[in-house]
Design a binder for this molecule. Structure first.
Ligand code: NAD
Length: 310
């Protein structure tokens, strides 16, 4: 299977390195010229607990440079604000029966890709893998866990199973799943409870459990998310969402959430795809979400205060 990854940052870099190390035909597209040039000249280095893995996937800054490629699978791993641009790029390289996979966080990424290709050609899901971009050409593998892949519409098919098998063979354990919206929402609700609050308070995930006030804020934000999920006819993959979010915060106690990392690095956050998306869905479905609306506005104000253009 010919695979192209659009967005070769932390996660795209991790997947590219693992797939290339397993001998798969994988190329990366990233707009960051220095990163691409480093991959081309020195290779892509993945730091793992067991040492460094160095690979040299084909790397380009412009998708046109892969024009003859006809990819079977394009994996979109840009931040959610860039998904529409990445989907347009994918048009140039996706083969006639190829599909596009998103494992990004937040709501709406798969639907944005479906606007370009049609829902039938979109695979979506979640990954419990984690990674950090250290610098040009260098990624650090963080948390490990399962990746779930499904079709945006309809039950899993052979293509889905093959994609999951290729990832698993490359050391990214992946499972083909039917209930993809449940998984996406399950991760969304966790991000809704953790990301904005840790970014605003400059807290590690575990610190949310340390104070009655922050536990209450998590509870209020997550309760709204549960109501919007129910109104969307989505069944969450756990029974007690507040308990689940606080348990995840405890299990990842020393982690800085991606939103906190984005704020600390002066980069745009994914607030519009997380708490912001929940507010939009709430408006659409008639479910009030005042806590998430406030969290969204606070993060946007913080971005502006730090000179970050959303
Ligand atoms: P990142 O910022 O490290 O990487 C994104 C990359 O996309 C950057 O290298 C950037 O230069 C590139 N890019 C931006 N616009 C582009 C475009 N139009 N075309 C090509 N490349 C472009 O982000 P990340 O941490 O890898 O996160 C990617 C997605 O995966 C996000 O939705 C995130 O929430 C999700 N995710 C991240 C982790 C993690 O541990 N980092 C875990 C699970 C899910």
């Amino acid at each position: 299977m010919k695979i192209v990854i659009i967005g070769a940052g932390a996660m795209g870099g991790l997947f590219a390195a693992r797939l290339a190390a397993a001998g798969e035909d994988v190329s990366v597209v990233d707009v960051w010229a220095e990163h691409v040039e480093t991959i081309r000249t020195q290779g892509l280095i993945l730091e793992t607990g067991e040492g460094e893995v160095r690979t040299k996937p084909a790397a380009v800054t412009r998708v046109e440079d892969l024009a003859a490629c006809a990819a079977d699978l394009v994996i979109v791993f840009v931040k959610s604000g860039m998904t529409a641009a990445a989907a347009r790029s994918a048009q140039t390289i996706l083969g006639p029966v190829g599909r596009v996979l998103t494992l990004q966080n937040g709501l709406g990424n798969a639907e944005m890709i479906a606007e370009v290709f049609g829902a039938d050609r979109v695979l979506a899901g979640t990954t419990a893998q984690g990674a950090t971009l250290i610098g040009p050409g260098r990624i650090r593998h963080g948390g490990r866990g399962d990746t779930h892949i499904g079709r945006l519409t309809g039950p899993v098919d052979d293509f889905c199973r093959e994609a999951a098998m290729i990832l698993s063979r490359a050391g990214i354990p992946a499972i083909a799943e039917d209930a993809v919206q449940s998984l996406i929402w399950g991760k969304l609700v966790i991000n809704v409870g953790i990301n904005a609050l840790t970014a605003l308070l400059r807290f590690t995930n575990g610190q949310l459990n340390d104070h009655a006030e922050t536990r209450e804020l998590v509870k209020l934000a997550v309760a709204e998310a549960v109501q919007v999920a129910a109104a969307s006819d989505v069944r969450l993959p756990y029974d007690n969402a507040v308990e689940k979010v606080l348990a995840v915060a405890a299990a990842t106690a020393t982690n800085r959430s991606s939103m906190l990392q984005d704020i600390l690095r002066g980069r745009a956050t994914e607030i519009d795809a997380i708490n912001g998306a929940l507010v939009r869905e709430g408006v659409r479905l008639g479910v009030p979400t005042p806590v998430n609306a406030t969290l969204t506005l606070l993060i946007k104000a913080l971005e502006k205060q730090q000179g970050i253009c959303g």
